[in-house]
Design a protein around this ligand. Structure first.
Ligand SMILES: Cc1cc2nc3c(=O)[nH]c(=O)nc-3n(C[C@H](O)[C@H](O)[C@H](O)COP(=O)(O)O)c2cc1C
Length: 366
């Protein structure tokens, strides 16, 4: 596989497997002079790490990140930043059955068909453990944004779990950090606890919808046609394990609107254009408008469940499988910090591209 890298100027390559000695990310293209240390990255990793509450996998990993290169005396040097996270809670025996059987909903069968060899322990490279490396890289992107574009803030949260959606009228930003679901609706957090408890006891799992918003992004990031900001955001979110659909702004619902309802009207304010709404999700023609950038994605239900499922072995025999081991009843919860990290990497990448080609926006209004 040579396709382990994303980004144009801010380039992230992740490496490693779930049950290998370590995994990590190589971050190339980070500007020099960014204040960075392992503690700053650890803050973000701690939000993703497993075993934090009863709604996420009980696998216990400290996910301690080490910076091996690219930082000197607390600042990035402009050279490649090597980030490493050691795997410390590998229980390979939990996974011995999947050496022979393909778990439905997992990448076991496709990796085997394609490569004819796979590290079956915990899913190997296809395991979402890889997302720890992205969160570390996202921490680097956030540190760079804090220096270059301090007005940018990035927040992810859950808006739906199974059939249960939040009530937009109860949306409060400061609720997001106060419950195990990263949900901005306090009532929903209570309702979801009871719902997930029942689901966990029945040995089943459920999907979710996650939204991630970047506020304070200036107008002008992104490029027409092949360098669209929305293209890169969609690819970044779709690359997260278990993501099956990505929307920007109104997304699929735009198909149900009339043109008059969907067009975000523009008026002139004291400091520039003001939009009456944000159906576009902050992007027009692939270029940011200066409004909030709103991305939403659907996460499928956790495939590893205690309910027996039919499958086949490597030898082609039909059989059943129950996936024991430690799994999240809803992987959407832990996808939230991953989504924030991907947003941070893409926004920084496009900020650097914009600075490289254009610098200050050239088109004046008013
Ligand atoms: C943060 C995170 C944690 C995950 N944990 C699990 C898990 O515990 N059990 C599981 O079956 N799938 C889990 N997944 C999803 C699988 O990694 C994913 O469904 C599988 O690799 C197949 O890839 P695909 O769904 O993208 O096609 C997780 C996904 C994310 C984003």
């Amino acid at each position: 596989m040579s396709l382990n890298t994303f980004g144009h100027l801010f380039r992230v390559t992740t490496w490693g497997e779930s049950h290998g000695p370590a995994l990590g990310a190589t971050v190339d293209g980070c500007p020099p002079g960014v204040a960075l240390d392992a503690d700053a990255l650890q803050y973000w990793l701690d939000r993703r790490k497993p075993g934090q509450n009863k709604y996420t996998t009980q696998r216990r990993e400290p996910d301690a990140v080490e910076i091996l290169s690219g930082v000197f005396e607390g600042q990035t040097t402009g050279t490649p930043i090597q980030l490493m996270i050691r795997n410390t809670d590998q229980r390979s025996k939990d996974y011995s059955e999947i050496a022979e059987k393909f778990r439905p909903g997992h990448a076991d069968i496709t990796y085997w068909q394609k490569y004819g060899i796979r590290d079956y322990r915990g899913g190997g490279r296809s395991s979402a453990r890889e997302t720890a490396a992205r969160v570390a890289a996202g921490g680097v992107a956030r540190a760079a944004l804090a220096m270059l574009a301090p007005e940018v803030s990035i927040t992810g949260y859950m808006v739906q779990i199974g059939p249960h959606r939040i009530d937009p009228n109860r949306f409060e930003w400061d609720q997001i950090e106060r419950n195990p679901f990263w949900v901005p609706d306090a009532q929903a957090a209570e309702d979801w606890s009871a719902y997930l408890d029942g689901l966990r006891k029945s040995g089943d799992s459920v999907g979710a919808v996650v939204e991630v918003v970047a506020r304070g992004v200036p107008a002008g990031l992104g490029a027409p046609i092949y360098g669209k900001l929305d293209t890169d955001l969609a690819a970044a979110m779709m690359s997260i394990n278990a993501v099956k659909a990505v929307e920007i702004g109104e997304g699929m619902a735009a198909a149900t609107l009339t043109g008059s309802a969907n067009a975000d009207e523009i008026t002139m304010g004291p400091d520039g254009p003001i939009y009456s709404s944000n159906h576009a999700g902050g992007i027009l023609g692939g270029i940011s408008t200066g409004q909030d950038i709103v991305v939403r994605f659907a996460v499928k239900p956790t495939s590893s469940i205690l309910t027996p499922r039919r499958t086949i072995t490597r030898g082609g025999e039909e059989t059943d499988i129950v996936t024991r081991g430690r799994h999240d009843p809803c992987v959407g919860i832990r996808a939230v910090p991953v989504a924030e990290a991907m947003m941070a990497c893409v926004i920084l990448d496009h900020w650097l591209l914009h600075r490289g080609q254009v610098g200050e926006n050239r088109g004046q209004i008013g």
